[in-house]
Design a protein around this ligand. Structure first.
Ligand SMILES: Cc1cc2nc3c(=O)[nH]c(=O)nc-3n(C[C@H](O)[C@H](O)[C@H](O)COP(=O)(O)O)c2cc1C
Length: 394
């Protein structure tokens, strides 16, 4: 087993440089300017022809909201809870593998931004900063997203690390049986196991500020995985280990095992089907993230906006649903609530902010979404996100 990494010494938050930025689409363009092409595509892209990736955004954008004017909305409350976590608005940061490639110590900075804004953060198994790194920087509890490994001992250790980090919610991602081809990544030479292909080296060499950030970062491997890999646990050897040890093909036994071994809240992420949702609830899921992995897995899968209402009908009102995929504006959040979600995960929306301006960029994303949500509530007669009127979405 490797030694635990030395504690991080990170700078305090600073003011955002993104003064003229008005919406998440601007952050995406700023991210595109700052990142090497291959890293931008890793964030921005989806699987196969990216049909589902496009649908996720388009299906939310196509929904219309019911405008109401003769309703008193002089005070508006966006606060709620997300799987028991207090949240200043119905948004949580979705798990994102290798956020440290996007910006040095990306997971810790994103988690700090989430805490600053009062929304929950979820750490991926495949993060660069470890559970301990994030726990050391946060006062609030956070969520941990688990991928399952062939060796149950590895899974047990990860659960133990999550308990030590005081995670209250475990998120199990179930739509990653196999990794779907992402043509942009293949073309850019970003392939697993990660190694330095000439195309990738040429690409990152053209972004010196990104390269310096990465080379001087204190975390440049899979922070939660390195203890299983041994001495030379760099990005390449960890990703080779992951390829051999990742379980894939999850089934209900895995969920049953987890429910027995994790006593906190359990969220199942990556469901789109009513039958799967019923099974997950029968096996003890407290919440479901209705999701297709941001269009990164089954291309031609339904968008969460389309799938969610049927899942709401199938599982009833007591099961918490999180809409995950395609959320780019505060109005999208309002639409998700109108469809029956209690909250949303955001993925790329905060990753663009992280790429554009680190911690301050993630805060910027959250400020933009909060403002848009508030304005949307004022125009639709919604004074409290916990009591959404019927017929909000037309
Ligand atoms: C760069 C990137 C890395 C991701 N890594 C993970 C991961 O490690 N675990 C996971 O469950 N989902 C992962 N996802 C999916 C997100 O958690 C989330 O489902 C998706 O981003 C939602 O779609 P959106 O980006 O349109 O908001 C990742 C997404 C992106 C963009």
């Amino acid at each position: 087993m490797t030694q635990p990494a030395a504690p991080l010494h990170l700078r305090p938050a600073r003011k955002s440089r993104l003064n003229g930025t008005r919406h998440v689409a601007d952050l995406r363009l700023a991210a595109k300017r700052r990142l090497p092409r291959s890293i931008f595509d890793y964030v921005d892209g989806g699987s196969f022809d990216e049909t589902t990736l496009r649908d996720n955004e388009a299906d939310l954008a196509a929904l219309r909201l019911r405008q109401r004017v003769l309703v008193d909305v002089s005070s508006r409350d966006t606060s709620t809870t997300i799987v028991g976590h207090k949240a200043a608005m119905p948004i949580a940061l979705a798990p994102a593998g290798l956020a440290g490639l996007i910006s040095p110590h990306g997971e810790v900075y994103s988690a700090r931004a989430a805490q600053e804004h009062g929304v929950p953060f979820c750490l991926s198994t495949f993060s660069t900063c470890s559970l301990a790194d994030v726990a050391a920087e946060l006062d609030d509890p956070f969520m941990f997203q688990l991928y399952i490994f062939k060796d149950r001992g590895v899974n047990e250790t990860l659960l133990e690390r999550a308990r030590e980090a005081k995670c209250s919610t475990l998120v199990i991602t179930m739509d990653a049986n196999v990794m779907s081809p992402r043509h942009r990544d293949t073309k850019n030479g970003l392939i697993v196991p990660l190694r330095l292909t000439p195309r990738f080296v040429f690409d990152v060499a053209r972004s010196p500020s990104w390269l310096i950030g990465w080379l001087t970062s204190q975390r440049r491997t899979f922070g939660n995985i390195q203890e299983f890999v041994g001495k030379k646990a760099d990005l390449g050897s960890c990703s080779a280990w992951l390829k051999d040890n990742y379980k894939g093909a999850y089934d209900r036994d895995d969920l049953e095992w987890l429910r027995k071994n994790w006593h906190g809240k359990l969220m199942v992420k990556g469901l789109l089907d009513t039958e799967d949702a019923r099974i997950a609830v029968d096996l003890g899921a407290d919440a479901i993230a209705v999701s297709n992995h941001g269009g990164r897995q089954l291309d031609s899968a339904q968008s969460p906006a389309r799938a969610l209402p049927a899942i709401r009908d199938a599982v009833g009102d007591d099961v918490e649903l999180i809409l995950d995929g395609g959320v780019r504006t505060g109005l999208d959040v309002l639409k998700a609530l109108g469809l029956g979600a209690r909250s949303c995960f955001i993925g790329r929306a905060f990753l663009y902010g992280l790429a554009a301006d680190g911690e301050a960029g993630v805060i910027k994303t959250l400020q933009i979404l909060a403002n848009e949500l508030d304005v949307g509530m004022a125009h639709t007669g919604v004074s409290d996100v916990s009591s959404i009127p019927d017929g909000l979405v037309l």
